[in-house]
Design a protein around this ligand. Structure first.
Ligand SMILES: CC(=O)[C@@H](O)[C@H](O)COP(=O)(O)O
Ligand SMILES: NCC(=O)COP(=O)(O)O
Length: 241
């Protein structure tokens, strides 16, 4: 069964809106773990609009499950943060500084040399590397040439199409997953996964190792509470028809 890594960016967004420490992101991360999450994901951005760099140091010292740090390694500050905190996993995402949220994966063909160097730097420090990519077999194949351990399939287009035509929505992901597995890459997935689309995704992508979910999960927690919400996501991942 794929592991659930809860992205707690949105907890930090709420905290930052009032300038204090409510909600406390460290306590929220510990609660996620207590309720069954198998990892914590953060995506610090240069403007620190949600997760702050200091949060990441504090989280690494506090949580017991895997920490996954996502972000753009072309920013020196991000590289320093990752090498200082030594998370279990770093996910390379090519976001511009002002982006509202992630909207594309790496072009692993165009940037192969850069990604090779970056993967080597993080792997030398003992950190597992994952590259955020669109569900395109050629990009996944090129990712395998970079030395990365895993790819994270960017699932926004799956999520968008799911309600209209889920077979068409999943098709490119099945292809991309096959290529990844033939190339020996581990497979993660994330972006806009939710309680409606998660089960179908995990059922159709065998060997899926991890999903990172934030926006929808934290929104669901407003209605259901964090404990029930995490249990429901875990049930979706556990599958069954
Ligand atoms: C890579 C990815 O899809 C997520 O990290 C997502 O971008 C979360 O970032 P925000 O919380 O800033 O939207
Ligand atoms: N890598 C995806 C992630 O961490 C969370 O994305 P979202 O669920 O907030 O869209």
């Amino acid at each position: 069964m794929a592991r659930l890594s809860v992205n707690i960016n949105k907890i930090a967004t709420l905290r930052n809106s009032r300038g204090g420490n409510n909600p406390d992101v460290l306590q929220a991360a510990l609660a996620c773990e207590r309720f069954g999450a198998q990892g914590i994901t953060v995506h610090p951005r240069p403007d620190e609009r949600h997760i702050r760099y200091q949060d990441v140091y504090d989280l690494k010292a506090t949580i017991k499950t895997e920490l996954n740090i996502e972000g753009n390694s072309q920013e020196e500050k991000f590289v320093r943060l990752v090498l200082d905190t030594l998370p279990a996993q770093v996910t390379l995402v090519p976001d511009d500084p002002g982006q509202i949220t992630s909207n594309h994966g790496w072009d692993t063909i165009k940037h192969r040399t850069y990604l090779q160097e970056t993967c080597a730097q993080f792997k030398e420090a003992g950190i597992r590397v994952s590259i955020f990519v669109d569900a395109d077999p050629q990009l996944v194949e090129a990712a395998a040439q970079t030395g990365t351990d895993r790819v994270e399939l960017y699932t926004e287009s799956y999520a968008r199409l799911y309600h209209q035509d889920r077979e068409r929505a999943i098709a490119p992901y099945i292809e991309a997953a096959k290529v990844a597995q033939q190339a020996g890459l581990g497979l993660n997935a994330g972006h806009d996964l939710d309680l409606h689309n998660l089960r179908y995704f995990s059922q159709h992508i065998p060997g899926l190792l991890e999903v990172s979910i934030g926006h929808a999960l934290i929104a669901d927690a407003l209605y259901l509470g964090l404990e029930t919400t995490i249990k429901r996501y875990l049930e979706q991942l556990a599958g069954g028809d």
